[in-house]
Design a protein around this ligand. Structure first.
Ligand code: HSE
Length: 292
């Protein structure tokens, strides 16, 4: 059994801790019963020794497996990762979702998307990555009484993503600490209006409004100040045909959305200008997690 979980991009500019979408880059998690415990990681993260010693996937899988009444035994864990680690593309959400579903599948306990999300929110405090990882598509997510509520909408294929992935990570925890504790009413209204407009754009496909709808005054510029090269990425992407250009999650990746026909040109301009960063053209994922 292999559990496949997509990459995600959270916030989408103004929708801090609320909006997110799913991208066609995947982590695959394979768990099988064995005589001794072992772990193998291929792809992203395979060069990080800490992940072999102290692995969150194993911890969460075992937690949930025990909670579901699974008998004590060893497993082989094989993680085949396409999602870059700590770059704002939802690698930790993929681990959380993958581990929870693997435990349910291993014990053949039935589950629903809502149940997986209610378990996942204990491990990942913000719902804007875990929700699209489960559902695919564009997601509006909120928490009330420790439960995740969401609306999910399919993303049509006339638009595509071009992501710019820097070689440096921005820590979500640290960058959240750099954010103010209070905002003015003016800035709150600024973000509420853009976030609502952005949601409307995804529902109505009025892509020409994406650029103004993706503005933000809550987190982006403060986080980008930790890595100033990102200002140049945004400027160049908007100049070269991006409909919107935003920090993906807490960064450091930049998510650019453009018309499908413009994606190759946008990707090649960005690779030329930012040779030190990885540039990927990606489809949106509309499926969410999958069992292979
Ligand atoms: N909304 C979160 C943040 C995304 O921006 O910190 C990472 O979970």
């Amino acid at each position: 059994m292999i559990v496949k979980v997509p990459a995600t991009s959270a916030n989408l500019g103004p929708g801090f801790d609320t909006l997110g979408l799913s991208l066609s880059l995947y982590n695959r998690f394979e768990v099988s019963p064995s005589i001794v415990q072992s772990i193998r990681i291929d792809g992203e993260g395979s060069d990080i020794p800490k992940l072999l010693k102290d692995n969150n996937f194993i911890k969460i899988f075992k937690d949930v497996y025990r909670e579901l009444g699974g008998e004590t035994r060893d497993f082989t864990f094989y993680l085949k990762n396409e999602i870059p680690v700590s770059r704002g593309l939802g690698s930790s959400s993929a681990v959380v979702i993958g581990a929870i579903i693997s435990a349910y599948e291993m014990l053949k306990v039935p589950y629903t998307r809502d149940l997986i999300l209610s378990k996942a929110i204990k491990y990942e405090k913000h719902p804007d990555n875990i929700t699209p990882a489960v559902n695919g598509g564009f997601n509006i997510a909120m928490i009330k009484n420790s439960k995740v509520f969401y609306i999910r909408h399919k993303i049509p294929n006339d638009i595509k993503a071009v992501v710019v992935i820097p070689n440096k990570a921005i820590s979500t925890r640290y960058s959240r600490k750099t954010l103010p504790k209070q905002y003015s009413l003016h800035d709150a209204v600024f973000n509420i209006s853009r976030s609502s407009m952005l949601t409307g754009v995804f529902l109505s496909k009025r892509w020409n409004l994406l650029k103004i709808a993706a503005e933000d005054r809550i987190h982006q510029d403060k986080r980008m100040a930790l890595f100033p090269a990102l200002f140049a990425v945004r400027k160049e992407a908007l100049k070269r045909g991006a409909l919107m250009s935003v920090l993906s999650g807490s960064g450091s990746t930049f998510l650019n959305i453009c018309y499908r026909d413009d994606s190759s040109k946008l990707a090649s301009s960005l690779s030329k200008k930012f040779g030190e960063f990885r540039v990927l053209e990606l489809e949106f994922d509309n499926t969410g997690f999958n069992i292979e």
